[in-house]
Structures are given as C-alpha cells and as structure tokens.
Design a protein around this ligand. Structure first.
Ligand code: CTP
Length: 424
C-alpha cells in the first residue's frame, strides 16, 4: 500500500458519485443512516467517517454493514490507507456532514483538525462541494458564535441544509431539528449534478461586489452600506457550477469563496480598471457592486484640518459607470446589473435596463428589513426586456442560483439564435 492512493470502489458502487458522509455526535446521528440509504438508492457510493461521539450514538457496524466499506474513526487504524484523511477527501465527489454539531461547525470555521472528521474536512479539495446539515438545541443554534460560524462557512461556499423548527430531543421547541432526510439527499444530488453537468463549465464569469471607497484625504472616504454578500454569493454559485470566476471586490470583510479568483480594489476607478481589463476574456459579467456614483474631484494628499480647510464643501465628480461601459461593448456576452432602490422599484429597474443597456437587472427593494444591504436574504425581481419575474424573499445564495439559472437560459437562447456554423 502506497502512502496516499485512490480508494477502491464499493461492492455496490453503481453508476453514481462518491459521497463521503461525516457523522458527528448528536441525537440525530441515527438519521445519517437513512441519509446513507437515500444516497445509495440514488446510485452513490458512500463512505463514512465518524467522530468518537458519533460512535456513541450509532455503532460503526451499522454503517459498515450498509456502506460495505471500512468506516474511518481515527487516523491510525484505517485498513485501506496510511493517510485516510487525504485519501478519503480526494476520493469524494461531495462531502456531507450530518448531523453537524455546533462544535464541528466551530472547528470547520476555525480550521481546527483534531479528529478523523475535522482532519478530513480540512483536506477537502477546493472544487469539491461540502454540504452541512446541522442539528442541535435551539439555543446552541441561535448562539451568536454558531451563527457567526454559519456565516463564515456560507461565505466560503459551504452549502447548508438548514435545520427546521420542531420538538427537539431535549424537549425544547424551536429551530435546530435536522432537515428532512429527503431534503438532505436532494441537496447532495443537486450539487453533484451541478458539479458534473456544470452548466457554466468552460465559461468565464466576472462578478463585481461590495462598496467602493472614495478618498477625501488619506484618512477619510465616502462609501456606502454594501456588505458584498450578494456578489460573493453569485461568485460562489458560479464557481460551483463550473465557471472560471473572477470576483472584483471592494473592501468587505468576507472570505474568498472556494475556487474563485479575487481581485481586491478600493475605489470606483480601481474597480473600473480591473473590470475593463478582465472583460475581454469573459462570457458573462454580473455587476453586483454598489459602486460610488461620485468621487471627490480633488482628494487631498494630507489630512484636511477642519479649522482652516474646506471639509464642509467637497467638490465631487461623477465616476465611470462600469455596467454601462461593459454593456456598450458586450456583443454576445451576457451582462447583468443590479438596481438597489428604496422606491418605484420596477419603474427604476426598467429604466436602468434600458439606459445601461444590459440583458438583465436584478431589482432589489433595499427599504425592506428582509432585503438589501447587510441582511442574508433578498426579495428581488428579475427584469428583462421580456418582462418582470417577482420572487419571494429568499437567502442570497438562492437568489444567486435563480439569477444564474436565468443567465444560463439567456446563453442558451443566444446559442440557438446563432446562425449554424457559428456555434462552438
Ligand atoms: N454601477 C456601475 N458603475 C457605477 C454605478 C453603478 O457599474 N459607477 C452598476 C452597479 O454595479 C449596479 C447598477 O449599476 O449593477 C445599478 O447601480 P445603482 O446604484 O442601483 O444605480 P445607479 O446607476 O448608481 O443610479 P442611482 O444611484 O441613481 O439609482
């Protein structure tokens, strides 16, 4: 046996994909058995990794009997490999953690690798989808630390199958119950299909995100409330679907999504320069950044002193409209813009579609508490020349998925409309 080697296919391995199921120590561990069966019925070859606490809830014999592979519980006694965390993570087409405890979520967010499951999770290749179905007591789930870890992991491209409300094992009622087994299995299959079908595979996608900062002097600037979450969610989803993604980001406090090339910029001028130089190689551009419309015309090279300099009257000049610039030179490429509005949402969005010349505007009502800057959900409408589609309030990750579905449709329509011989 070599130090690191491909693992063998299982006796029941069908036409499907390899899924690594990481089981943690929670009462919902028994549901992981049903998840395993659901994945197998869909044709997946499943291997299992257990934490020591998981084994106290469900014995390894149950998992071994079903998956017909040795179950990995520690680094030193795995019969198939000398380096199980490397070989298991390399073998997997998708990794699923179920049930994920608050402890394992915290370790994932911090990059701690102190047992078989967390060491394996740290070794998962960047392009391999990681899904997490969490289950825990409602107070543990709502705890600010867990919610912060959730945001960190989502920003890195980890997909959560969110816990649902219900009667918990401890008797408390609230959010924290493991999502239904079917929903977890479906989420994995959807990701695997995406990873394989890769409806954006081979395409290059440019995304802008975040605010820009416009210098008044070396210490002061003009900016806006954009958190960058929407653009980052779009970039993460495009990468998941196989695109080669470049994310041009203003200053935000978000981690780079998995598999995405991030170009950090500060001002609207920096963003315009980065975007226009990247655009020639792109198939799609999605402008989610809240670019400053105006910038100080004469930024000072020293800190202005309020006693004797004019901080109360800053002369501004308009910035370059990046979206309009890209749209003017787009040719067959698909260009998408956002419209963040507090009033007359659709009217303003339609006007932006026309005067910016893009293919699609995502209209976002930022006056709502469940939509816009800083929150994790949005209530958007997709506006094209063909009409308006109003969506319900949904997580930004779902908005990203819906948006890219529409981009894929526009690309397909373009290909169909292209005279034969022009198709690749
Ligand atoms: N945008 C851009 N460059 C700018 C300003 C805006 O690329 N200098 C893009 C944004 O990324 C977004 C779209 O234009 O996709 C609409 O931005 P928004 O701020 O809603 O509209 P504005 O054009 O700035 O118009 P207004 O502020 O008057 O609503």
């Amino acid at each position: 046996m070599s130090a690191s080697q491909p693992l063998a296919a299982g006796a029941d391995a069908g036409h499907g994909h390899n899924v690594l199921l990481c089981v943690c120590g929670g009462i919902a561990a028994y549901k992981a058995v049903e998840v395993l069966r659901g994945l197998q019925k869909a044709g997946c070859d499943v291997r299992v990794c257990l934490t020591a606490d998981a084994e106290r809830f469900v014995g390894r014999a149950t998992f071994e009997g079903l998956c017909k592979h040795p179950v990995a519980t520690d680094e030193y006694t795995f019969p198939e490999s000398f380096i199980p965390h490397i070989d298991l993570s390399a073998w997997a087409d998708a990794v699923l953690v179920v049930p994920a405890t608050g402890n394992v979520m915290a370790k994932m967010a911090a990059g701690i690798a102190d047992d078989m499951v967390t060491t394996t999770l740290l070794a998962v290749p960047e392009q391999t989808p990681v899904l997490v179905a969490a289950a825990m007591n409602v107070r543990m789930w709502k705890n600010a630390a867990t919610q912060q870890n959730l945001r960190t992991l989502v920003a890195r491209g980890v997909e959560f199958v969110m816990p649902v409300e219900g009667m918990l094992a401890c008797g408390d009622v609230g959010e924290g119950k493991l999502a239904p087994v079917d929903e977890i299995v479906d989420a994995v299959l959807r990701r695997l299909e995406c990873a394989v079908a890769g409806d954006l595979a081979g395409l290059s996608v440019l995304v802008t995100a975040g605010p820009t900062q416009e210098a008044i002097d070396p210490v002061r600037y003009i900016a806006n409330r954009s958190s960058g979450k929407m653009g980052y969610a779009v970039a993460a989803e495009a990468a998941r679907r196989g695109a080669n993604v470049t994310l041009v980001s203003g200053p935000v406090s978000l981690a780079a999504p998995r598999g995405v090339r991030v170009v950090q910029v500060v001002s609207a001028a920096d963003m315009a320069a980065a975007v226009t130089s990247a655009f020639p190689g792109m198939d799609v551009a999605i402008c989610a950044a809240a670019v400053a419309d105006y910038t100080p015309a004469h930024p000072a090279d020293h800190k202005l002193k309020k006693a004797h300099e004019h901080i109360d009257c800053i002369q501004l000049r308009e910035t370059q409209d990046i979206l309009a610039t890209l749209s003017a030179q787009k040719g067959d490429r698909v260009v998408v813009g956002f419209a963040a509005e507090t009033n007359d949402l659709l009217q303003n969005a339609r006007a932006k579609l026309v005067h910016k010349g893009c293919d699609l505007i995502v209209a976002n009502d930022v006056s709502r508490s469940d939509s816009g800057f800083g929150v994790d959900t949005d209530r958007v409408s997709f506006v094209t020349a063909a009409g308006v589609e109003k969506m319900d309030t949904m997580p930004k990750a779902d908005v990203a998925r819906e948006l890219l579905d529409r981009v894929v449709r526009i690309l397909a329509q373009r290909r169909e409309a292209a005279p034969s011989g022009e198709e690749e």
